[in-house]
Structures are given as C-alpha cells and as structure tokens.
Write a protein that binds this ligand. Structure first.
Ligand SMILES: Nc1ncnc2c1ncn2[C@@H]1O[C@H](COP(=O)(O)OP(=O)(O)OP(=O)(O)O)[C@@H](O)[C@H]1O
Length: 332
C-alpha cells in the first residue's frame, strides 16, 4: 500500500477533490463498483492507497451482465484483485437477459444497492470520468435535453434513502486513468463491447469526440466543465422553482392541482416551465414532453375557459376562475 510520500500527482489530486467536496467522509464503509476496466481499476487503486489516510472500510462489487463470452473470467479477475488487495469482494450475476444498455444500467444500480444494503455500505463509488461526462453531455444534447440533462453526471446522488452514489473521478480524463493503470502496472480487462459501433455511446467516444478534438484538444475537459457549471445552475433554478410552486399552489389532491395564474405570471418563463414540468411530473402517469409543457405554460396567460388537448394518461389542463387546474382525468 502506498505511503503518502509514494503518492502520484493523481493520488494527491483525488485526495484534494475528496476533501474539498466532502465526498467520502472518514471512517465510512465504501463499496467500489469495479468492472475491471481502466476507470474503475484506477478508482479502486486510488482509494486503496488513500485508505490509510481516510480510514475507510472498502469493499469491491462486480456485476456480471453475462453479455460477453469472457464475462465469468472478467468477474474472476476482479475477485482475484480484491483478494490480492485484501478487500471483501461481492459479485452478482444477472438471471434475466439484459437487452439494452439502459436495462443493463438499471440492473447494475439495483444490484449495487442490494449489495450495499446487505453488507452495510453507505457509499457506492463508480469510476465515471470527465470523459464520461463529456460524452453524456453530447449524448443528451443530441437527444434534445434541457439544462438538466446537460449537467451530465453529478458528483453524488442518492441511490436509496440510506445509500449515496459518489463519482470521485469526474475531473479526471480517461487518458489519465489509462496512464495511471500503466504506471501502477494494473492489467486492464478490455471490454470488447466498447468497440461496438452499434451503441451510440461508443460512436460518440470513438468518432465524434476525436473529430471535435481537432477543433479544440481540450474538448473533454471543456464539456465536463460546462456540465459542472450547469449542475450548480440547475440546482439553483430547481430550488427557486420549488419555492414558486409552493407559493402558486392553491389546492392539491389526488385528482387535481390548482395553481394561481397571477403568481405564475409574475415569474420568468424559465421558472414557469420548471413549475409546470414539476406539476406534470407529479400528475401524469408518463413523462411530459417539451410540447406538453409548452401547451400548459401558454395557459398561464390565457383567459378563463381555455384548455389544453388531452395530456398523457387523459389528464387535462384548463383555466377557470383565474386558476390553472390540472386534472388527472378528463372529467373536470
Ligand atoms: N459490470 C460492472 N460491475 C461493477 N461496476 C461497474 C460495472 N460496469 C460499470 N461499472 C461501474 O460504472 C462505472 C461506469 O461504467 P460505464 O461507463 O461502463 O457505465 P455507463 O453505463 O456509462 O454508466 P452510467 O449509466 O452510470 O453512466 C464504472 O467506472 C464502474 O465503476
């Protein structure tokens, strides 16, 4: 195990990030999600070396998606590393077919939560990097996301009421994790699906980012920085929108929400949109699209008797007695 005097620049940088952002307090039980790839190996080794300073209790978790023919060998490799490092190892294998990236991700986070719960870990950490952040920002931008999607990967978020997901490497690029693994002589388990260009993520990584790199070699760091700025702005806007929603809500029950149009009209459009999105999220069965939100926002300034076309799940919004009413079903 590395002494402080043996730390590399990356050890010192991650130590500083953990301290300044209060990401992983001392003495915590921390479960490191390790795929065997360069980012999570880099993370596990960094935390292992920083452990004496922070006095954490570390564990390693691996999720076997059974996607590749080498999946079992991959899991065995991660278990051997854990054994070498003298860290408890936990692994689960999916019993159902996972047919998309989204399904695999959902199963993985659920599995990590279960392992953490069963073994009393209150933090789960993943090896997401600044490069992942840049890719996620681009991916969400292309899909038409607002600022919320462009904040692209936060430093932490709750996994369950008791367990926090933390991403300590969000300022570190993939080039840096690769160099670190090389310097530490860590054998990286190559994931062959990362080369498969049928996945949009891989095309962004392999084709789009290298292309953008020609415009600016710092494209990854710059996009990650944009995500960082947007994160604080989204947090602020959401807190103000929450306050506005409270002030504007006249009544709320299972079937109906009534909002005061006069209060909403005094607010800027950015906040009106956020309040309506929040209300629709709470009222509708399925997610509200940009179009639906815009239609309901337009009603804030409309006259009595105006109403929207049916919203998802048969809900409807209408203006009545100076109030904006959102009914869960078509019967007012
Ligand atoms: N099979 C796995 N077992 C354990 N942890 C994993 C596994 N796959 C990924 N992880 C964790 O998730 C991190 C991100 O991995 P990757 O970028 O492949 O996933 P992703 O699908 O993009 O994740 P996200 O949806 O959270 O962005 C890894 O650094 C690692 O910590």
């Amino acid at each position: 195990m590395a002494k402080c005097s043996d730390w590399s620049l990356l050890h010192a940088r991650v130590h500083r990030i953990l301290r300044s952002r209060c990401l992983l307090p001392r003495h915590q039980r921390i479960l490191v999600a390790v795929s065997g790839g360069q980012d999570s190996l880099c993370l596990a080794k960094l935390l292992l070396d920083l452990q004496p300073k922070w006095e954490w209790q570390l564990g390693i978790a691996h999720c076997n998606h059974q996607w590749r023919s080498d999946a079992a060998a991959n899991a065995t490799y991660v278990s051997q590393l854990a054994q070498l490092w003298n860290i408890p190892f936990y692994s689960k294998t999916t019993e159902r077919g996972l047919h998309s990236e989204a399904a695999a991700r959902e199963w993985r986070y659920q599995t990590l939560s279960v392992i953490a719960q069963e073994n009393n870990y209150n933090h789960v950490v993943t090896g997401h990097t600044a490069s992942d952040r840049a890719e996620t920002l681009l991916y969400n931008l292309i899909r038409g996301s607002g600022a919320d999607g462009l904040q692209a990967l936060t430093w932490h978020r709750p996994l369950t009421a008791e367990i926090i997901l933390v991403r300590p490497l969000l300022e570190v690029t993939r080039t840096e994790t690769a160099t670190f693994c090389q310097e530490m002589q860590l054998k990286v388990w190559e994931d062959s699906t990362n080369q498969d260009l049928k996945y949009a993520r891989n095309r962004i990584r392999q084709e789009l980012l290298p292309y953008l790199y020609q415009f600016n070699p710092k494209v990854e760091q710059n996009l990650a920085q944009t995500a960082e700025i947007l994160q604080a702005e989204v947090e602020y806007l959401e807190s103000v929108a929450q306050q506005l929603q409270q002030n504007a809500t006249v009544t709320t029950n299972e079937a109906t929400i009534q909002l005061n149009c006069l209060v909403l009209r005094t607010a800027p459009l950015a906040l009106q949109r956020r309040v309506i999105r929040r209300v629709l999220q709470q009222t509708l069965q399925s997610a509200a699209s940009f179009e639906h939100i815009e239609k309901v926002v337009a009603l804030i300034a409309a006259s009595n008797g105006s109403q929207s076309d049916p919203l998802p799940g048969g809900a409807i919004a209408q203006v009545k007695n100076g109030g904006l009413w959102i009914h869960r079903n078509l019967t007012p």
